[in-house]
Design a protein around this ligand. Structure first.
Ligand code: RTP
Ligand code: MG
Length: 148
């Protein structure tokens, strides 16, 4: 089963939106494999966004991501990278469709609520950066006794 890395960014943590965002992921039918409230240091933030190192917004992005705790998650499901990118919406919240996380909760490009891996390759790399193997929970959802 495919996995992806999602991270609720410091803006949404400060706004007490963790529950709202996690609810959307759960309601979609995806499975949480790992989650933690976590303060990233500069080294981790730079490595996470290393593909953007040459961009003019890189330093500001690293400052923002390290400005407070993030809520990091690993989520599992069929085609989960594409499904979660659709759920998250376009990079710029001003253009993101209503109904998407960024479209419903964000306004500014620099503060766009959540990160989601953009490919299976990125997902593997990012899961390895943010979590160790012991934090990844292999379990079966066995909810037939509670859901009808
Ligand atoms: P993310 O990696 O955070 O999930 O966002 P994304 O794939 O939708 O967008 P990406 O191109 O990877 O950009 C990473 C983050 O950099 C900030 N950004 N600022 N000032 C700018 O022009 C600019 N462009 C991008 C955004 O916060 C974006 O999420
Ligand atoms: Mg990206």
């Amino acid at each position: 089963m495919e996995r992806t890395f999602l991270m609720i960014k410091p803006d949404a943590v400060q706004r007490n939106l963790i529950g709202e965002v996690v609810s959307r992921i759960e309601n979609k039918g995806l499975k949480l494999v790992a989650a933690k409230l976590f303060q990233a240091n500069e080294e981790l933030a730079k490595e996470h966004y290393s593909e953007h190192v040459e961009k003019p917004f890189f330093n500001g992005l690293v400052d923002f991501i390290t400005s407070g705790p993030v809520f990091a998650m690993v989520v599992e499901g069929n085609n989960v990278v594409e499904v979660t990118r659709t759920l998250v919406g376009e990079t710029n919240p001003a253009k993101a469709a209503p109904g998407t996380i960024r479209g419903d909760y964000g306004v500014d490009l620099g503060r766009n609520i959540i990160h989601g891996s953009d490919s299976n390759e990125s997902a593997k790399r990012e899961i390895g950066l943010w979590f160790n193997d012991a934090e990844l929970n292999d379990y079966k959802l066995n909810n037939e006794a509670w859901v009808y």
